[in-house]
Write a protein that binds this ligand. Structure first.
Ligand SMILES: Cc1cc2nc3c(=O)[nH]c(=O)nc-3n(C[C@H](O)[C@H](O)[C@H](O)COP(=O)(O)O)c2cc1C
Length: 333
């Protein structure tokens, strides 16, 4: 499948998740296969234009992640166009616009999902960006602002007309946040109506669900929380799509994933002014992932508590080794 001139090796992608889908995580998921596109955490257009270090850190990526999409947020057409040019200059393959974030801090600045409430203005943002860069401009939106404003079908068409090269739709409204379920009928309706590729997003926890959503008519599926629980879900979906059984993932594989993640995080360049110590930063990152990764595991809540109470990176590493690797050895024996 293609987004503009960019070819994706697979229609399955990691959804952007602030605080979670950093470059280390994206690389690890990608190494396990099945992932056609990765998207950065959302990055402030304002911060990019002003060259703020912390903002630039969020936009960092490595070559092995390609094709890479950098997601930006903002509401000012000129600044968004300038930020898109910066993203293009950083070598990204795609620039994505966040029109889904419901968090008031973002939405009140005329950015994120509040852009959906001003369709003409949103179209001018995309139009301005599409003229400013050669790389494809894509949009990620929700079903709408609230139940009274489920305007994603109209807005998606307007974005296509304004020059967007692909649309992703999370089938919930901003008012819903993460409650209820994603409306995939709405996503399908948009996919049927547009000529550009449409990705659906929402509630795929099992690889079979990813395949079922693809069959419903979207060109691609973005998986968010499902990847945090099971980083192999895209690889397993690719197995199923190829007519193979989904690969098995052992407890040991899961433990290795966490240890590899620690290893990669320890090699990340961190702004010293921001973090007291790299170890502490890694512990916090592991806690964030642990809250998702332990869901659905036998004894997962114990592990979650142990990860959250480990008082050093060494203690955390030992907790992971004990839970995943000792268990695994015991099981084989
Ligand atoms: C912790 C978290 C952070 C998120 N951050 C972003 C973000 O930065 N940009 C964005 O477009 N969507 C963001 N989302 C929404 C996801 O990309 C996705 O559309 C949503 O979670 C529904 O998909 P899922 O059910 O597969 O998780 C975030 C979701 C979560 C859970």
């Amino acid at each position: 499948m293609k987004i503009g001139s960019v070819t994706l090796p697979s229609p399955f992608a990691i959804a952007p998740m602030a605080g979670m889908t950093d470059t280390a995580f994206r690389r690890l998921v990608k190494r396990h296969g099945g992932c056609g596109l990765v998207v950065t955490e959302m990055v402030s257009s304002e911060g990019l234009v002003r060259g703020i270090d912390r903002t630039l850190e969020y936009a960092e990526y490595t070559e092995e992640e390609r094709p890479i999409s950098i997601q930006i947020f903002g509401g000012d057409p000129e600044k968004m166009a300038a930020a898109a040019q910066i993203v293009e200059g950083m070598g990204a393959d795609i620039v994505d616009v966040n029109m889904g974030c419901p968090v008031p801090k973002i939405a009140k600045h005329n950015a994120g999902c509040s852009l959906m409430r001003e369709p003409e203005h949103a179209a001018s943002v995309i139009g301005r960006m599409a003229k400013a860069v050669k790389i494809p401009v894509t949009v990620k939106m929700r079903a709408g602002w609230n139940d009274a404003e489920r305007n994603a079908p109209t807005l998606a068409k307007m974005m296509e007309d304004a020059g967007a090269a692909a649309i992703a739709v999370h089938g919930r409204t901003a008012a819903q946040s993460y409650s209820g379920t994603a409306d995939w009928d709405l996503v399908k309706e948009i996919a049927d109506a547009l000529t550009i590729p449409v990705f659906g997003s929402g509630d795929c926890i099992e690889p079979e669900q990813v395949i079922a959503r693809m069959r419903s008519g979207v060109e691609g599926v973005l998986v968010g929380r499902g990847v945090l629980r099971n980083p192999w879900i895209l690889a397993q979906a690719a197995d199923l799509a190829a007519g193979r059984p989904a690969r098995a993932v052992t407890l040991e594989d899961r433990g290795r994933f966490l240890l590899d993640y620690i290893d990669l995080l320890l090699h990340e360049r961190i702004d010293d002014a921001r973090v007291v110590s790299q170890d502490r930063w890694v512990v916090n990152k592991m806690r964030a992932l642990g809250s998702w990764f332990t869901k659905g595991l036998d004894n997962g809540s114990h592990l979650r508590t142990a990860i959250n109470t480990a008082d050093s990176l060494n203690a955390l590493t030992k907790t992971i080794e004990d839970f995943f690797l000792l268990h695994a050895t015991a099981r084989i024996v």
